[in-house]
Design a binder for this molecule. Structure first.
Ligand code: HEC
Length: 135
């Protein structure tokens, strides 16, 4: 057999497996339930952090300025924010609030607390139409 053709086929198969093609139905109701439960646990942690649970140096909390994540407009990100002078994803703006109003250390983008805050904010605004870039 032609070697380069056979490795090409293997690479294509590997790519298809990696993408999960042909496996779309391979999860159960229990999987869905568990994934949803895991997600809601993270939302709950974000809710806690947002409402006074974030260990800010000056004891200021997110909900003092954004009750229940109102006015956080997650559906408008990424967008230009004048405080940062460029187009940013929402976590950069969360860090701006952590560093300025909360006078605390910014979080790494992949910090579980950053994920939780974003999960909570998005959950509160679920159903809002995506409007990236909007002011
Ligand atoms: C002292 C008030 C204050 C506190 C406390 C505060 N923020 Fe903010 N937040 C602001 C201001 C001011 C802006 C900028 C609003 C703008 O430019 O649209 C902002 C913007 C944001 C935005 C983007 C809003 C938008 O419409 O683009 C998010 C998301 C956000 N804050 C999340 C948080 C989170 C999470 C916390 C807690 C860790 C927090 N904020 C704490 C005042 C605050």
């Amino acid at each position: 057999m032609n070697v380069s053709r056979s490795t090409g086929w293997m690479a294509a198969t590997a790519a298809a497996l990696w993408l999960g093609l042909g496996q779309a139905d391979e999860f159960t109701q229990e999987d869905l339930q568990r994934w949803n439960q895991e997600f809601m646990e993270v939302v709950k942690e974000g809710d806690r952090l947002f409402h006074g649970g974030f260990p800010s140096k000056n004891t200021v909390s997110c909900d003092q300025c954004h009750p229940n994540a109102t006015n956080t407009h997650p559906e408008t990100y990424p967008k230009f924010q004048k405080q940062l002078g460029e187009v940013v994803p929402m976590w950069r703006m969360i860090n701006w609030c952590i560093e300025n109003p909360l006078e605390s250390e910014p979080l790494p983008a992949d910090d579980p607390r950053m994920t939780a805050l974003q999960a909570y904010i998005h959950w509160e605004r679920r159903g809002a139409k995506l409007e990236p870039g909007k002011h």
